[in-house]
Design a protein around this ligand. Structure first.
Ligand code: NAD
Ligand code: ZN
Length: 252
């Protein structure tokens, strides 16, 4: 758990920031009950990531993805923003953060009140037919998985219904990645929360900020490859450390 000195140093950096950027990964939503992929209890300990979520395998057999999704969906549906999401929204409102750049697809930053959210890996709430382009809310597709596996497109009957998230082997939405790099190049603080920083090209976003001279704060419950370049490393749970950080910034 991060000690008081580190928290004070992070507080000073965040308090001084006027166009900081938060970069978040699955760890920020772990305390909302959404399992991470990597990390100690990650989903990839039980499922092969490429068989589950690569475009190549999905096109061959979408039911592998949808079987995992059936298991995960109740947790996703129940998930609400946790104190870490709320703290980031407060820091934006107080003028310290310009934006949240997230790898997550759960929509929880927006639900917590963050206004400028860049979703690098798309959004998990919608499903689109790869054959005819028809879109459907995810909840509707999930609701018929018990009798329809893989799910069929209600318009064309095709069996290639894919969530609007970025799979392995797919490019990132170009507008989002451009905006993220622009923000990173101009920020005066990069605050990484709950990311292994090993998923590319997303993990280049904090690197660009550091190359442009921004101080880096890394908050994660395990070491990351960028810790050596961080001004401050806060080791612990996002839902505990971020609210402490935000309240000491707002008092400062
Ligand atoms: P990641 O790079 O997003 O890393 C998650 C990191 O968070 C790990 O190092 C883990 O140890 C750490 N962590 C877990 N709980 C934490 C907590 N309470 N406080 C602080 N740190 C914590 O890696 P991933 O999980 O492999 O995800 C890969 C990709 O899939 C990313 O794009 C990720 O955003 C996406 N994903 C999204 C969701 C979601 O939308 N909620 C869930 C799983 C994965
Ligand atoms: Zn269709």
């Amino acid at each position: 758990m991060a000690d008081g000195i580190e928290l004070r140093r992070a507080t000073a950096l965040v308090a001084a920031a006027r166009r900081g950027v938060a970069f978040t990964g699955a760890g920020v939503s772990a305390e909302s009950g959404i399992q991470t992929f990597r990390g100690q209890d990650g989903l990839w300990k039980r499922h092969d990531p490429y068989r589950t979520a690569s475009l190549q395998h999905f096109l061959r057999d979408p039911s592998v993805y949808w079987a995992v999704s059936r298991e995960r969906w109740p947790g996703f549906q129940r998930a609400r923003p946790n104190p870490a999401h709320l703290a980031l929204a407060e820091l934006e409102l107080a003028g310290h953060l310009a934006a949240v750049v997230t790898q997550n697809t759960d929509g929880l930053h927006r639900e917590a009140g963050s206004r400028r959210v860049i979703e690098l890996h798309g959004t998990g709430g919608t499903v689109r037919c790869l054959d005819c382009g028809t879109s459907e809310p995810r909840a509707d597709v999930q609701a018929r998985l018990d009798r329809e596996m893989p799910p069929r497109c209600p318009a064309c009957g095709g069996r290639r219904m894919k969530p609007t998230v970025v799979f392995f082997g797919e490019g990132l939405p170009s507008g989002a990645i451009e905006e993220a790099f622009e923000l990173a190049g101009a920020c005066d603080l990069m605050l990484v929360v709950g990311s292994t920083l090993v998923v590319y090209p997303a993990a280049d976003v904090p690197r660009v900020a550091v190359q442009h001279g921004a101080p880096l704060v890394v908050l994660n419950d395990e070491p990351t490859p960028m810790d050596g370049r961080a001004t401050v490393v806060l080791r612990g749970r996002a839902g505990e450390l971020l609210p402490s950080l935000a309240s000491s910034v707002l008092r400062a």
